[in-house]
Write a protein that binds this ligand. Structure first.
Ligand SMILES: Nc1ncnc2c1ncn2[C@@H]1O[C@H](COP(=O)(O)OP(=O)(O)OP(=O)(O)O)[C@@H](O)[C@H]1O
Length: 302
């Protein structure tokens, strides 16, 4: 069977060096001064899933589940490797693609346009989306006033009505109330019946076992297992049982050791820098000059 989603040697590297001073110096020296601290949030992930697959993504906190779902939802790009999605993907997560300053209605219109829907299609679906989200009274309020459950309902309602080929559900169901969770569960079953491809991010092996036919287990940025759901979910559940049986101190030491290993593995990565060309150098010199003049001006020297 042909794949619906293909992930090939994908890594996502973050630069942990967040100090403003160092980033500014790196910019002004056009990359010659550099203090990057690369960190693999995901490393060398490869798998393929087919149309109709429901894939659970499990793992402890910080294992890379959200990073992978953002990549699958095309919210971020891989640092290296390729992701091919045959069709339209839609990520359901609290805040995913929502603008806090806009109202519920404006967010619906903006996100639907981003999904490629026409104005006429949006007008046709608008009432259904509002009704599904149960936000009728609040739809004219900016969503920064919404609770996380309300945002999650809005995000779910928009994504589910945009008819995606690949749906990624990142813990969105865990913040809603029971009624909404069961309504969303029904909607997901309809998607499954239509043969859509779905990814579920979850801490819970049990939940994944109930809803999925395949599973991915991520552990500190690496893919430990990928395959048929039940064996992967069972193995993850056995690991979680062992983990929760540890004392708090043992858990802390384990986390520390694993994080250190993850950081050590990141040392061999060098953030690719563009070789300085004439344009770069001229721009860099111009920026540096403008910066010095601005500083001198600020200090009343000129
Ligand atoms: N923008 C960022 N900059 C730097 N590091 C990041 C960024 N986003 C995520 N990380 C790091 O990448 C790793 C994976 O994070 P991610 O949120 O994907 O894990 P997760 O499995 O979804 O965790 P949780 O279950 O707690 O939501 C973590 O160590 C996190 O600190």
């Amino acid at each position: 069977m042909t794949y619906k989603v293909k992930v090939e040697n994908v890594s996502k590297v973050y630069d942990l060096n967040r100090k403003r001073k160092d980033r500014l110096l790196s910019l002004l020296s056009f990359g010659l001064y550099s203090k990057e601290r690369p960190y693999y949030a995901l490393r060398n992930i490869s798998f393929e899933v087919e149309e109709g697959d429901s894939v659970g993504i499990v793992g402890l906190n910080g294992s890379g589940k959200t990073t992978l779902s953002d990549l699958l939802g095309e919210v971020t790009q891989p640092t290296t490797g390729n992701i091919t999605i045959r069709g339209k993907s839609s990520l359901i997560a609290i805040n995913a693609g929502l603008n806090q300053e806009l109202t519920g209605e404006e967010n619906i219109r903006m996100k639907c346009l981003m999904y490629g829907m026409s104005e006429a299609e949006i007008d046709e679906k608008f009432d259904q989306i509002v009704e599904f989200s149960e936000l009728e009274e609040f739809i004219d309020q900016p969503i920064k006033t919404y609770s996380s459950g309300m945002k999650s309902r809005l995000g779910f309602a928009i994504s589910a009505h945009s008819d995606p080929d690949v749906l990624i559900v990142d813990e969105a169901l865990s913040v809603g109330d029971d009624t909404f969770a069961s309504k969303s569960g029904e909607m997901i079953k309809e998607f499954q019946a239509k043969g859509k491809t779905i990814f579920f991010v979850s801490h819970s092996a049990k939940q994944v076992g109930k809803m999925c036919n395949k599973a991915i287990w991520l552990h500190y940025g690496e893919m430990v297992k990928f395959g048929a759901c039940v064996p992967v979910a069972n193995e993850y559940a056995r690991f979680v049982d062992k983990y929760v049986a540890m004392t708090k101190m043992e858990q802390m030491n384990y986390k520390k050791e694993m994080l250190q290993k993850q950081k050590d593995r990141s040392k061999d990565y060098t953030i690719e820098k563009e070789k300085p060309n004439v344009l770069n150098v001229v721009t860099g010199l111009g920026l540096t000059g403008a910066f010095i003049v601005a500083m001198l001006f600020q200090l009343n020297v000129i």
